[in-house]
Each structure stands twice: as C-alpha cells, then as structure tokens.
Design a protein around this ligand. Structure first.
Ligand code: ADP
Ligand code: MG
Length: 339
C-alpha cells in the first residue's frame, strides 16, 4: 500500500480557506465581487464587530438558480468559465470557483437567493463545510449572503485577528476603493448599524468622492479629462492647497480595476510641479482606459500591481494632463470652489 492519497474535499477546502480567507475583509471582497459579477446595481454590506461576528452582503443581481445553489459551494465550481480558452478572455472578477467553499469551510453561512422575479427562492445553510439546510423559501430577486462566526472552527486563525477597529479598517478601505472605481453601482457599508458609506450609483465620481472623503474634499477637486491615441484619462485631482500627509488618497483605476503603480503616482506628483507643499500629497481619483494589450494585470495574484507596455509615454501623458488641469484652474477660477 502506498503512503500517498488524495485529500477529501472537506480538508482541501479548509486548506484553500487558509489562502482565500485571510481576514473578514477577504470575505467582504469575495462576496462583493460575486455580487458585481452577477450584474448588481445595488450592493449592501453590513458587518458586526469588524466582520468577526457577522458579514452580510445583499445584492439585486442575477441570483443563483435553485439547482445550482449547492453546487456553488463545491470546490472549483464556477459559472464564469467553461473551457480552457475562456481563461484568456476573462471579464469577470472571479473565475477560480474557490471563494464559496473556502468561506463555508471556516464559518456558518446562510444563503438566500432567487434568480426569478416571482418571490420564490432557495435557502442554503452550511456550518463549517457541512450542509445543514437546502430548501425552498420566499425571496426577492438577487442574493443575500450571511457569514457568521468566521474562523469559529479554526482557533489558530482566529487568534491572529487584530482588533475590531483594524479589521473594520481593512473592510472600509476595500469598500471605499471599490466605490470610487464603480460609481455606477450603489454601495452601502454599515458597521454595527452605523452607516459608513453610501453611494448613489448614478455614475457621478464626485458624489462618491464626497461620500468617501467628505464634501469639503469634493469641492476642492479639479476635473481631468483627456485622451490620445492610446489612453483616455478622466477623473479628479485636488487643488494644490488641498493635500494630505500620505499617498492613500491617490486612487488609480485602470480599465475599471483599482490598481497601485508607483510610476503613475510619481507622474501625478510631477503634474503638480512645484505647486505641492513638501511631503504633502493630493487627493486623486483617476480612471485610465486603454486597450487590454497595453496593460498586464496578472503581475500580482491580488491583481493590485499592473505593468504597462508603454510606460514612458503613459507617464508623460498623465503628467502633462494633470499640469494642464491645474493651469486651466488658474486661468478660469471657478467661484464654486472658493471656501
Ligand atoms: P467564482 O466567483 O470564482 O466563480 P465563487 O466560489 O465565488 O467562484 O462562486 C461560485 C459561483 O456561485 C459563481 O460562479 C456564481 O455562479 C455563483 N454566485 C456566487 N455569488 C453569487 C451572487 N451574489 N449572485 C449570483 N451568483 C453568485
Ligand atoms: Mg467569486
């Protein structure tokens, strides 16, 4: 008898959970991305105790067909790719089919979903990877996903959780970024009943900036709008007198995805030339659109890092357009911006 055997699905899920579900914010991310992939225009997130007690994500998306509800929790079960070559034309945020089984392996999950508009839906309850309930229920179209007692059966992982404030910080950072990159979706984030974020989903980035950074910030923004052969740039940067002590207020969205890129950060700062006080950074929310062949999003697994194929051209384009936006502002000061 050999010593090697294939692990059973339950253990495999618990191992995968170690990678997919690092902390409450990872659960929020996976559930919200599923809601976006389902075409939702409204996504409500409610967490208790930094997400350690519960995380609830409600959406108005496509819902899950009754016969798919159990399958959705199987490992590598996905509706987003069918065959190998789909991997090279992915337009959804998810495709690995790992999130639901991983989350369900380390928490108590209740899913209520309906893919029809007739008030009929399905309820699933899973505890630590074990299916407890799969039955018909009344439900409106969309999905209501509740995750309770995360890591209740993995005490070693639970021990590594930081304070409620820290865990909440990770969740709200993620939600702010997402709201800024998707002004077309109405988001709410609530913690222990208090509303931390509410966006309208009407496509107005300035409204989201006001919701995330406050109305003063929104009033201090200058519009940027430009395009050349390769790139379209649009969004807002703050006037040089509205700055912060760190770069966290600089949001870059490339082809709809929030990214981080040092070269672009520098290009934005150069665009301010000598206007910025030393060691101060602007607020910026900039959307860049380009042909997918000009950007490689797969450099880092979390997909925050990207690589551009024509870096110098892109950076000088951004720098010049930011500079131009500020010069515009000096030439035609807008009375509404005076505080
Ligand atoms: P992936 O997103 O990689 O496909 P997941 O484990 O996150 O894998 O989800 C499995 C499947 O469950 C998805 O492919 C999708 O069909 C379905 N699903 C999950 N969440 C939702 C949702 N909020 N609305 C509609 N379908 C969903
Ligand atoms: Mg997913």
């Amino acid at each position: 008898m050999g010593k090697i055997h294939v692990l059973d699905e339950h253990i495999a899920n618990q191992i995968a959970a170690g990678e997919v579900v690092e902390r409450p914010a990872s659960v929020v991310k996976e559930l919200v991305e599923n809601a976006i992939d389902a075409g939702s225009t409204r996504i409500d997130v409610a967490v208790e105790e930094g997400g350690l007690a519960s995380i609830r994500v409600t959406d108005n998306g496509s819902g899950i067909d009754p016969e798919d509800c159990e399958t959705a929790f199987y490992r590598h079960a996905t509706s987003k790719i069918v065959e190998g070559r789909d991997l090279f034309r992915i337009t959804s945020l998810g495709f690995r089919g790992e999130a639901l089984p991983s989350i369900a392996a380390v928490s108590k999950v209740r899913l209520i979903t309906s893919s029809t508009g007739d008030g009929q839906g399905r309820k699933i309850e899973i505890e630590g990877g074990h299916l407890r309930v799969n039955e018909e229920t009344a439900a409106t179209r969309g999905t209501d996903f509740l995750v309770r007692e995360l890591f209740y059966n993995t005490p070693a992982r639970l021990k590594y959780m930081k304070t409620i404030q820290t865990e909440l910080g990770h969740i709200s950072d993620y939600m702010y970024r997402l709201a800024l990159s998707r002004p077309d979706i109405a988001f709410t984030l609530r913690h222990n009943g208090n509303t931390l974020l509410q966006t309208l989903g009407n496509g107005d980035v300035l409204q989201v900036i006001a919701a995330v950074y406050g109305t003063q910030a929104a009033k201090a923004m200058v519009a940027v709008q430009a395009e050349n052969m390769d790139y379209t740039l649009s969004g807002y940067v703050s006037r040089p007198d509205f700055t912060r002590a760190n770069r966290n207020g600089m949001s870059l969205i490339v082809n709809g995805r929030y990214i981080r890129n040092y070269g672009l950060f520098q290009a934005i700062l150069r665009g301010y030339h000598t206007l910025l006080p030393i060691n101060r950074f602007p607020l910026a929310v900039l959307q860049l659109t380009m042909h997918p062949s000009l950007v490689d999003v797969n450099v880092h697994p979390s997909k925050l890092e990207v690589r551009f194929s024509k870096e110098p051209e892109l950076y000088s384009f951004v720098e010049e357009e930011i500079r131009g936006a500020h010069q515009q502002e000096v030439l035609i000061p807008r009375p509404a911006k005076q505080q």
